[in-house]
Design a protein around this ligand. Structure first.
Ligand code: MN
Length: 339
């Protein structure tokens, strides 16, 4: 049974490899905020006994961008120096690390907080929805990008704002996913006062990005644009574990029962796909798959903030079937990005 299912899946892999055969493994596509698939699926890359993997939330910066890059996720100078070195590297370090983790293809995005303007890069100027829509179209149609990643709110505006309707319309027309990634909070709420360690990746980014996603769910974005696909990292920023409560409390607040397809849980299952970036926890993975379905969870690392080999070992050893492992590691990403 296992071998026949694997055979079925390898058909998808073979097709994807044929489509990507024209790319050199070091042939980086231009791009920052847009998602560029950057590494070809070379057979020589696959480590023995491992599942093929695509990783979607892998970050980079450039010398010009690094000047404006201020986020510092660690108090350790040594660790931060290594992160900076790895962010700016596209060859030796990155490829070695991918090879050791058995990762065939990495989808790169500029690390948070992102750039303001860079003439040679695809970048979505979220300050202007029409310009962002035009740039996304250029990135997808002319540069071959597979989607885009947005680092949270822009000047205090979240993506459910009416000003973004033209942007979402274009996203739906282009049929590409948008990765909603944590960014800096627009303010510093009292609940984090005196606890700076909570006001970042440890917790605040989860709250910020989870809330941003829920703004889209409750703000009607998916009623207007039902075909949108939003990717959330970090095992879904806790949303998969709260579906029952969203449905329960929302219907309580409304004072009426909603039709099944209008429930927050249904919208989240329909319009969101998550990655395992930064959460190497088999129990959380199992719960996320149970909540969202095996087609809606994808492997990622969050390189260079997380350790690639730890992430690879986690997904390789997770107690899931080989069929589901192949979907999470590879097949779902191929489907979503049309590789
Ligand atoms: Mn990240």
């Amino acid at each position: 049974m296992e071998s026949s299912e694997n055979e079925g899946h390898s058909g998808t892999e073979a097709a994807a490899r044929r489509r990507l055969a024209g790319l050199d493994r070091r042939d980086l596509m231009k791009g920052s905020v847009g998602i560029a698939a950057t590494q070809v699926l070379g057979a020589e890359v696959k480590a023995a006994g491992t599942t093929r993997k695509i990783a979607l939330e892998e970050h980079f910066t450039t010398p010009a961008l690094a000047k404006r890059y201020v986020a510092r996720p660690t108090r350790s100078d040594t660790l931060f120096a290594d992160i900076e070195r790895r962010l700016a590297d596209f060859d030796q370090l990155r490829l070695e690390t991918m090879d050791k983790g058995g990762i065939d293809l990495a989808v790169l995005s500029v690390t948070t907080p992102g750039v303001q303007a860079e003439a040679d890069f695809a970048h979505l100027p979220m300050q202007d929805a029409n310009a962002a829509a035009a740039e996304l179209q250029r990135a997808v149609k002319e540069l071959g990008f597979k989607g885009a990643l947005i680092n949270g709110q822009t000047n205090g505006y979240y993506l459910d704002a009416d000003m973004y309707l033209p942007f979402w319309e274009r996203v739906q027309d282009l049929g590409v996913p948008i990765y909603l990634h944590p960014g800096e909070l627009v303010d510093h709420p009292a609940m984090f006062a005196g606890r700076p360690e909570l006001n970042g990746a440890v917790w605040a980014w989860t709250v910020e990005t989870g809330s941003h996603a829920l703004r889209l769910v409750f703000g009607g974005t998916f009623t207007r644009f039902p075909k949108l696909k939003i990717i959330l990292g970090h095992m879904g920023e806790t949303l998969p574990f709260l579906l029952w409560r969203f449905d329960s409390r929302w219907q309580c607040e409304l004072g009426e029962d909603l039709p099944p397809e209008m429930l927050p849980s249904a919208i989240i299952k329909r319009n969101f796909v998550i990655t395992t970036s930064g959460v190497c926890d088999a129990r959380a993975l199992a719960e996320a798959i149970a909540a969202l379905g095996e087609d809606n969870v994808m492997f990622s690392v969050d390189y260079p903030y997380e350790d690639t080999q730890t992430a690879a070992a986690f997904i390789e050893s997770a107690p899931i079937s080989e069929v589901v492992r192949a979907k999470v590691c590879y097949g779902n990403a191929v489907q979503l990005m049309g590789l």
